[in-house]
Design a protein. Sequence first.
Length: 164
Amino acid sequence: MTTTTLNVIDVFPLGVGVAIPKLDPEAKEKWLKALRSGEYVQAKNKLNDGAGGFCCLGVLCDISGRGEFRATSGQDYFTFVDSDGHSDYNMPIILVERWAYGISVLSQWQVPMPVEVVQRRHGDEEVQRRLRLGFHEGGVELNELNDTYDLTFEEIADVIEIHL
């Protein structure tokens, strides 16, 4: 299997008036370091799969210091629970968002769609077609890059570094 390095600079435009909030610089640095550290095993579809694996947003929750992962009754995954008692197993909760962005952004974890992601999934012809038509992707959630498009933590960190 041939692997290519993700080029996160080449992205499809988000469209007119679409703004992406920026991460707090200290939170961003800590998250990037954690994603690139090799200390986290990558998993899909849950913040913490209960077997030692995390999705990219689960890594963010883990390093935030805003709660903890707990076993979920009757499930094989862990749930992140914050000090206010809010919990989720799939997306970061409000205290983590406030830590990462300085405000609550209503689960705004979107970035522009990297051209490389479309190329991997649909091929060069589809990339050229979309570029020719001035296609606007509308963005992609970080958890989708992790779960659906199979980007590595290193590639996701590159996307975060440039776009958030």
